[in-house]
Ligand binder design. Sequence first.
Ligand code: 6GU
Length: 246
Amino acid sequence: MKIDILTLFPGLFDSPFSESIIGKAQQRGLLKVQTHFLRDWAEGKHKITDDTPYGGGDGMVMKPEPIGRALDDLRVSSSGSPVLLMTPQGKQFRQEDAERLAGHDGLIFVCGRYEGFDERVRYLVDEEFSIGDYVLTGGEPAAMVMIDAIGRLLPGVLGCDTSAAGDSFSDGLLEYPQYTRPEDFRGWPVPDVLRSGNHAAIARWRRQEQLRRTYQRRPELLEAADLDAEDRRMLEFIRQEAGEEE
Ligand code: 6GU
């Protein structure tokens, strides 16, 4: 996959994408992330990319022409790649978006700083994304989050192709608790069942703990989760247990 990023701060992306799993994926040619400096498409001696808002008010607004010219070029050099605008007003990025976007050969991310974009920038893009209900200083960290979530889904990026399938959210539930050595850490033991060698019992325990954890921490996820009859039976048991404690 080819990822283009349009930004006023290309240097921000150097280390996040040169290390760890995404860095390795780039070295192996599974993914190529390329930043583009928005000021290269700005005009005049000062190469201005923002201006004061019509109607007055605080802050600056990103001008539409540099972004327009940059996207004219990028839509040619990376033809077919959807253009994604990073903005707190966008739709919230979810795992299902990561899965869908991972199916494209390329993606173009547009990051802005300051108080926002001229409204007409919206007419130039395919989708608008936010990563959550909090305010960042710019779209760059949000693009990094999205690229990380998308990049790890690409074939061959994770060590084994099944590890993404077992993720929290991929089946709509949180993950079960994991343990490694030592058997006893500060008086907290590893659950006996995990050392029993009984694989059916371990699978049952893990599913039950997945349901319990989701019920305790993110009950709203259970509404949309894909549950079979056995899951529902376990969930009923978990609910009763919780009710008895109250
Ligand atoms: Cl995409 N941009 C900014 N500036 N803040 C955000 C965001 C994006 N997503 C969440 N907060």
